[in-house]
Design a protein around this ligand. Structure first.
Ligand code: PLP
Length: 453
């Protein structure tokens, strides 16, 4: 097996095999249990081992696993899911275009946008702007769109129609659009919270200013919510939390919690209009698995669980616990910063430490794994934190303690040891669960959440 994003000269023959999972934990083929600090690749939001999802998928497969969505074909679960996502999106007159995953959603949006402007008689609007540090999947266009240069290296010149602007200054976006000429700019792509680029929450006021800049100039605003969608920041969509009012929302990952692969582009009625109301127009775009019936069933049950167990609210309640567990690590000599928002976080190593010892990040990840916590290094040297929403308060604190020990094991020292000790070892005699029952029973689909008890 050729692993994605891997140094195969090291990984070949050393696959780390995961055998099973339950809630926020997974079991390796080595027989050990690990805390899944990243929900696999930011996706297993409802936690592992949901029998309810497996049963629903099996039942659908027995009826019919899937059928084409091209032309007028459809299956009922896919129609139901489209209606549900349109309602959740908050977009006026929303339509839903299904894909196989996030990179497909990015590609679909780019093609939809160029066709939209052509249909509106503005074919000069071809230029696309995205942000430094951003990640928009690994298809050819998404590789150009993303602002992580390491992901482009060795693939020739990026698409000249696409350019990146600084990630944290909306006025620079305005200047760039005006320099290009707004009449030439098709869209601005924006992760509300930068994810794979290092978990950077938006600066105060940034997203509303971006919204206004795009509206004033007629530029379409695309919220790439492949990570943030379906609750990760404590709102169903991060674009709602920050009142972004995008024209398109790109989603995948948490749509199914990864139980099956699926993506969805949520499109405002305004953008869909010329596609839907031009007689004779066939938009020749779509994927074999667009609207896969079993994936749609999985997504519907996944959303049922999120609603029934109030998992988005739970993210909001756990957000301060995550910061309390991670913030003390900022006092470590090797740590540049700790950033958190919702159930997302990064513990960022200092760039000079990485420069001096490029393998330190890999050793740190390994040290955490040896101590029972699975994480990975993000593009700019941050440890990824994005646990399943069913993680407990005690899990989050023990993750903080493990990161503390792992940092110590790679030579980092605590600048203020006493303070760190106090913060990393909370008094577990008080009710650390804050009303959440962390027992296995809580994860069974038939057991309601124990809010406010
Ligand atoms: C913001 C964002 N967009 C797009 C993608 C691509 O999604 P996929 O890997 O499902 O193709 C990702 C994946 O991490 C992502 O984080």
């Amino acid at each position: 097996m050729w692993h994605p994003f891997a140094d195969m000269s090291v990984v070949a023959g050393h696959d780390f095999v995961i055998a099973s999972g339950h809630g926020a934990h997974v079991k390796g083929a080595d027989g050990r249990t690990y805390l899944d600090a990243t929900a696999a690749l930011w996706y297993c939001n409802v936690g592992h081992g949901r029998v309810e999802i497996a049963d629903a998928a099996a039942a659908q497969m027995r009826a019919i696993a899937s059928y084409s969505s091209f032309g007028d074909f459809a299956t009922q679960p896919t129609l139901d899911l489209a209606d549900r996502l349109a309602a959740l999106s908050g977009l006026a007159g929303a339509k839903v275009f299904f894909t196989s995953g996030g990179s497909d959603a990015v590609d679909t949006a780019l093609k939809m946008i160029s066709r939209y402007w052509a249909l509106l008689g503005e074919p000069k609007r071809t230029r696309i702007i995205a942000r430094h540090r951003s990640y928009h999947g690994m298809h050819v266009a998404g590789t150009s769109l993303g602002g992580i240069s390491a992901n482009r290296d060795g693939h020739g010149e990026p698409d000249p129609k696409i350019q990146n602007v600084t990630w944290d200054d909306a006025e620079v976006l305005a200047l760039e659009i005006d320099a290009i000429g707004a009449e030439n700019v098709a869209a601005f792509f924006c992760e509300p919270v930068i994810g794979a680029g290092g978990v950077y929450p938006p600066p105060d006021g940034y997203l509303t200013r971006v919204r206004d800049i795009c509206k004033e100039r007629g530029v379409l605003l695309v919220a790439d919510e492949v990570i943030s969608g379906y609750g990760r920041t404590g709102s169903m969509f991060a674009s709602q939390r920050w009142d972004m009012q995008p024209d398109l929302i790109l989603t995948a990952k948490g749509l199914t919690s990864g139980y099956l692969p699926m993506g969805a582009v949520l499109v405002s009625g305004r953008v869909a209009e010329p596609f839907w109301n031009t007689p004779g127009l066939i938009w020749r775009h779509g994927y074999t698995y667009s609207g896969h019936a079993t994936a749609a069933v999985v997504a519907n049950v996944n959303l049922d669980i999120i609603e029934r167990e109030q998992l988005v609210e739970r993210v909001d309640e756990l957000a301060p616990v995550l910061s309390a567990a991670l913030n003390p690590l900022a006092t470590h000599s090797h740590v540049e910063a700790v950033r958190t928002v919702g159930l997302l976080g990064a513990v960022q190593l200092r760039p000079d430490v990485i420069k001096e010892d490029p393998a330190i990040g890999a050793r740190l990840v390994r040290a955490a794994r040896d101590r029972g916590v699975l994480t990975r290094l993000l593009a700019d040297g941050g440890l990824q934190v994005s646990p399943p929403f069913v993680v407990t308060r005690e899990d989050l604190h023990s993750m903080g303690r493990v990161f503390d020990e792992a940092l110590g094991s790679v030579g980092s020292t605590r600048v203020k040891p006493d303070q760190l000790h106090v913060d990393l070892l909370p008094d577990t005699t008080t009710d650390e669960s804050g009303g959440f029952d962390s027992s296995d029973a809580r994860l069974r689909a038939d057991v309601p959440p124990h809010h406010g008890t």
